[in-house]
Design a protein around this ligand. Sequence first.
Ligand code: ZN
Length: 164
Amino acid sequence: MAGLEDLYREIILDHYRSPRNRGELPVPPAHKVEGFNPLCGDEVVLFLDVDPETDTVRDVKIAGQGCSISQASTSMMSAAVKGKPLSEVRQLIRAFKALMSIHESKLEGDGGDGSDLAAELAGVRLGDLEALQGVVKFPVRIKCATLAWNTLQQALDETAQTQA
Ligand code: ZN
């Protein structure tokens, strides 16, 4: 069971036990988006409040439930994007997905060296989020880790549409 030691790294456990930014925000001004991972039963309810004046994430709250990986990833995501300009948030989404898909493509042995993705990652500091790299050893869990980020992407897209 040595693999599980990597999977449940200290940081992941910490976020799972003490999830950041739990709660709800009034809608509007916040935007509410729900994400679901049917493979595992994970559910994320994201409340995203974007300040249209500064294009910055004013506040973010998380509800929902799921496995330890999905919950920890959601908590880390909320901590990483709170107070950030949307340009940085979009960069983080791309970098995190690249982190996951580099390993995914290696696992699938499609011969790609992931260099395009590596370029996406260059210069982006993922910090704690890199702890989630461990999940790529368990391909079925990758969707657990990316759920929060796909939900965030959807929230950003929908927010942009409302403001347009
Ligand atoms: Zn899960």
